[in-house]
Design a protein around this ligand. Structure first.
Ligand SMILES: Nc1ncnc2c1ncn2[C@@H]1O[C@H](COP(=O)(O)OP(=O)(O)OP(=O)(O)O)[C@@H](O)[C@H]1O
Length: 323
């Protein structure tokens, strides 16, 4: 658990980036800090690994004031990923990934084994190991950035707008990878973004920040969407929050009309294991307002129309409000 206690960060030019911030980041799962440009997200993240130190207040990690931990020891336990990967341009993919293991004195064979393991983990073709960053796509660069951050097996992964420079499809793939890192490796992830959709998709916990660097609301994605704590959060989440709420409604919970066998030719489809939001997108893209749910074998197991999805979203919102 990371606890900010009355943390203020003022820069020498007089800008107060973060003011009197109280924030608790749980050790379990992914916490996404979201907010408009300039609200203090990056400053907050950089105070966690002490790239910046608070002007006043304190930050504790599992009870220890991080100001008392030597910076190198602290950073070894915290991987850091930034926008566009932040890779060393004159080093190969393998050399980039091996940066920290080399610094801490691992031998060449161990570094090479770890590099191979990490490339597999982040779905990078081993053939790319000898390439330079400029010879990779934006999505591949981000995967290398994540592999590098994980090299020495940190407890915590800090990610600063990691996917804002890639196109939406690649972004979706990278988001799935982050989810996997969290569930398979049990890493604590703190990710910042200005994109509320990304926050809802990735966050177990979402912190909406407001200028200058304080918390407007913290809660689950469902809470943020259905019970915005104040007009700022309401406006930030946007008018289409009903639609956004479908992201965390499983498609399997929709009221499906049974179907059996391959979907009709030209029909829009969605995975039964996906979200109701994908189902809604597909029904809207169809010519007849319907889409088919597919099981893992690609067989249609049900059909749904726009009305049924909207009704399900309404039911879910009502449930959350009552709880
Ligand atoms: N080194 C610095 N010196 C002076 N002001 C700074 C410095 N770094 C950041 N700031 C200011 O502090 C405020 C918060 O910046 P920060 O980068 O933390 O915001 P952010 O929410 O991450 O924004 P963005 O989404 O645009 O990256 C901004 O007004 C910014 O201009």
């Amino acid at each position: 658990m990371i606890e900010f206690d009355s943390v203020t960060k003022a820069f020498p030019d007089g800008t107060t980036a973060v003011e009197d911030l109280d924030l608790t980041i749980p050790s379990d799962g992914t916490t996404v800090i979201v907010g408009p440009s300039g609200c203090g997200k990056t400053t907050t993240l950089r105070m966690i690994n002490r790239m910046l130190d608070p002007s006043s207040g304190s930050i504790r990690w599992d009870g220890t004031d991080i100001a008392d931990v030597p910076v190198t020891r602290l950073r070894r336990q915290m991987g850091y990923v930034i926008q566009s990967g932040g890779l060393f341009p004159h080093k190969t993919v393998a050399e980039n990934i091996g940066t920290v293991p080399r610094l801490i004195g691992w031998d060449a064979r161990r570094i090479s084994a770890r590099t191979g393991e990490l490339m597999e983990l982040v779905d990078l073709d081993p053939a790319l190991a000898k390439r330079y960053p400029a010879q990779l796509s934006g999505g591949q660069q981000q995967r290398v950035g994540v592999a590098r951050a994980l090299a020495a097996d940190p407890v915590l992964l800090l990610m600063d707008e990691p996917f804002s420079a890639v196109d939406p499809l690649v972004r979706g793939d990278l988001q799935q990878m982050v989810k996997r890192l969290n569930t398979d490796l049990g890493k604590t992830i703190v990710l910042i973004t200005h994109d509320i959709d990304e926050a809802i998709t990735l966050g177990d916990e979402v912190v909406v920040m407001q200028r200058p660097g304080h918390v407007a609301q913290q809660g689950t994605p469902a809470q943020i969407l259905t019970e915005p704590a104040n007009p700022f959060v309401d406006a930030f989440v946007g008018k289409d929050r009903g639609y956004r709420a479908l992201t965390f409604l499983p498609a399997g919970e929709l009221d499906l009309t049974p179907a059996d066998g391959p979907p009709p030719e030209g029909a829009r489809t969605f995975p039964l294991s996906g979200s109701a939001r994908v189902a809604l997108d597909e029904t809207l893209l169809s010519t007849d307002g319907r889409a088919y749910a597919l099981d893992e074998g690609g067989r249609a197991v049900g059909m749904v129309g726009v009305d049924a999805i909207v009704a399900a979203a309404d039911r879910q919102r009502a449930l959350i409000k009552d709880s």
